[in-house]
Design a protein around this ligand. Structure first.
Ligand code: GLN
Length: 205
């Protein structure tokens, strides 16, 4: 069955996520059809959703004015998977400490915008991620700092003693940008359970 992936496309790095989810699907023998979401009415057709990075205040404003915000919340509440990255994480969080961001509260963490690795705006780091059997190349760009993690939220990866990837039920969220490298395992982890286990099954067996 072809899966329908919706990439929230009001602002931010949309095409990179569309490519990454297609590649992750291919790695798991799943065909993925991608829809770019700019208006209300499409999210309910989607099996999985991606909330890209970009500028969280702009993304939040547009999600509210277009009526997409409540559809994303309904999708997550129905237990359908979401991958939220960087600005996507900021919007998806419970609280970002910024009045211009209307938080969706689908991943139980509080964040501080632009606070991670303040010394350097952008950097790349190899990350150990729970569920992946070798380090993931994580690209951080003016990344949010995850300050508090709610009880039901699992930390999947830390950098410098701070959580940078979490899972709260169907929602996986990262402070970094997994779509900016050719490695699609993080998308696999978010959408196609047991990503590495499946990948390690030799072809033909
Ligand atoms: N700094 C951005 C914000 O606060 C997020 C950066 C990103 O998505 N790369 O919205």
């Amino acid at each position: 069955m072809t899966l329908k992936a919706g990439v929230i496309a009001v602002q931010g790095d949309v095409s990179e996520h569309a490519d990454a989810v297609r590649r992750a699907g291919a790695a798991h023998d799943r065909e993925v059809e991608v829809a770019e979401i700019r208006t209300a009415g499409t999210v309910s057709d989607c099996d999985l959703l991606l909330m890209p990075g970009g500028e969280s205040t702009a993304i939040s404003r547009l999600l509210q004015s277009e009526g997409i915000a409540e559809e994303i919340v309904a999708h997550a509440q129905a237990g359908k998977p979401v991958l939220a990255t960087c600005a996507g994480l900021i919007v998806a969080a419970t609280d970002a400490g910024d009045d211009r961001v209307e938080n969706l509260g689908i991943v139980d963490v509080t964040v501080e915008r632009n606070a991670f690795g303040r010394q350097k705006d952008s950097f790349e780091a190899p990350l150990d991620v729970a569920g992946l059997d070798s380090p993931f190349p994580a690209v951080f760009i003016r990344a949010p700092l995850i300050e508090e993690v709610g009880e039901g939220t699992e930390v999947l990866a830390e950098w410098d003693g701070r959580p940078v990837a979490v899972r709260d039920g169907p929602v996986v969220a990262t402070s970094f940008h997994p779509e900016l490298t050719p490695d699609s395992r993080l998308h696999g982890l978010a959408f196609f359970e047991d990503a590495d286990a499946e990948e390690s099954i030799p072809v033909g067996e």
